[in-house]
Design a binder for this molecule. Structure first.
Ligand code: BES
Ligand code: ZN
Length: 453
């Protein structure tokens, strides 16, 4: 292991240069104008993996390509499936970035770029760990399958089909994913729970075109008003989601878990102040951590329609829309929640307007049993890489494919986040600490070694 560790230190600046090249590619999966960039990012990953001698392929999908690569020992060693994503979230709002999102810079030990932490830097740590072991030890004691996709940030619809059609190529004993974060600086974590997600978009249409609000106002329906009325009825005054049946399948937090959450260092006042908020809010009976990790939510991501330009424009807009996501906890199912949402909203909309539901997306919630295979190895690996024992956490975010991998491939997932909670994932000035990048490489190397012993 010593020679491998030396290799990591000696090659760290090259690793960073390569990561910078990766982060320069604006692989934004949400925007069709970036289709080619997503393909370039896929090609970058493919070149990395073939370059280190793995058998790798670019798998076409109706959307962005998937990269599959294998390191096969040919004996009965266990197989680790390492999953990550090369796509990133849109970069807006551009004016809040201190440097250009796709021109990475290193500042105070952080690499700053869209995707640096979520997820290019984190998946790159695993890639460099494998390169290091192959270059130094010449072999790795486990079989490895890399599965790196380009549509995670848009809910992995094509990957789901790919998995269903390629089960035998993806057979593994455990999945390893680094697409979450440590609990805090110097507090590595194993994440054993993720929230699921159900995303919806609704559109309310009135007249065939915008109308003069003086000439027509009062005599015709206003889609913007009606949309707001619908949205206002999704939650009650106490913040409880009003969709009938929404909470039916919610698994209540158990006493041990509430105690475990409460034992983690946490400061509501600091959290509030750091976010520039006047006050926190949420379900009364629950702590902030419980609200984020263990309770479902409904949030409007955006409402649009009508005149949004400078000055006033006296119209009754022809249409209005809203994007809404619900975060789900075990045992809620995205499909059921989508159905309940649509039934409720349909019943709220007056006959005077046309209501349309645009394509929904979803991913199931996840709970990894604490005694899952290789959990102890993951603890040891993090201890090696980060010099501390990890804490066990859940997260509020979603990685839609994790529940699918569990259901379709029968694998549990080790969620080993190398990022930090304040990496600004999805926000301006996303960053990834380069020491954490190095610690991530060491962690991955150790894991690959000890899972094969
Ligand atoms: N890396 C995140 C998931 C995540 C976020 C894990 C926070 C732990 C803490 C992932 O890339 C992501 O953002 N997923 C999306 C999925 C959605 C677009 C379907 C999410 O959670 O919003
Ligand atoms: Zn993300």
């Amino acid at each position: 292991m010593d020679a491998s560790v030396s290799y990591v230190f000696e090659n760290q600046s090259r690793f960073i240069e390569e990561l910078i090249e990766f982060c320069k590619i604006p692989s934004i999966s949400a925007k069709s104008e970036h289709r080619k960039d997503c393909r370039r990012a896929a090609q970058f990953v493919l070149d990395q993996l073939t370059g280190m001698g793995l058998e790798a392929s670019l798998e076409e999908t109706p959307g962005n390509p998937i990269i599959l690569a294998k390191y096969t020992r040919g004996d009965d060693a266990p197989t680790l499936l390492i999953y990550g994503h090369y796509d990133v979230q849109p970069e807006e709002p551009l004016d809040l970035w201190h440097s250009s999102p796709f021109e990475p810079v290193v500042r105070e030990g952080d690499l700053i770029a869209r995707g640096a932490s979520d997820d290019k830097g984190q998946i790159f740590a695993h890639i460099k760990a494998v390169e290091t072991l192959l270059k130094t030890a010449g072999e790795i004691p486990v079989n490895i399958v890399f599965l790196i996709e380009g549509e995670e940030e848009t809910a992995s619809a094509n990957l789901e089909e790919f998995i269903a059609a390629n089960r035998e190529r993806l057979e593994a004993d455990v999945a390893v994913i680094s697409d979450s974060s440590q609990y805090g600086p110097g507090m590595p974590a194993i994440c054993y729970g993720l929230r699921g997600i159900c995303g919806e978009e609704i559109r309310v249409e009135g007249a065939k075109q915008d109308l003069h609000s003086g000439s027509y106002g009062g005599a015709v329906p206003n889609p913007c008003n009606i949309l707001c009325e619908i949205v206002a009825q999704l939650k009650d005054a106490k913040g409880r989601i009003a969709i009938p049946g929404f909470y039916d399948d919610v698994l209540p937090l158990e006493k041990w878990e509430r105690e475990a959450f409460a034992s983690l260092p946490w400061d509501d006042e600091k959290y509030r102040a750091d976010l520039g908020l006047q006050a926190l809010c949420g379900e009364e009976e629950y702590s902030t951590i419980e609200r984020k990790w263990g309770r479902p939510t409904l949030d409007v991501n955006g409402v649009f329609g009508g005149y949004m330009g400078e000055g006033s424009k006296t119209i009754i807009p022809a249409w209005a829309g809203a994007k809404i996501t619900m975060r789900l906890v075990p045992n809620q199912k995205p499909k059921t929640i989508s159905r309940l949402f649509r039934e409720y909203v349909a019943q709220l909309a007056p006959d005077a307007v046309k209501l349309t539901f645009l394509a929904a997306h979803g991913g199931g919630p996840v709970l990894v049993p604490r005694d899952a295979r290789f959990m102890n190895e993951a603890v040891q690996a993090l201890r090696f890489g980060f010099g501390r024992d990890p804490v066990f956490i859940r997260e509020g975010g979603s990685i839609p494919i994790v529940s699918t991998m569990n259901e379709q491939l029968g694998v549990n997932t080790l969620l080993l986040g190398f990022g930090l909670p304040d990496d600004n994932a999805h926000g301006p000035n996303e960053k990834f600490n380069l020491k954490d990048f190095e610690r991530g490489i060491l962690t991955s190397m150790k894991l690959l070694q000890i899972c094969g012993q």
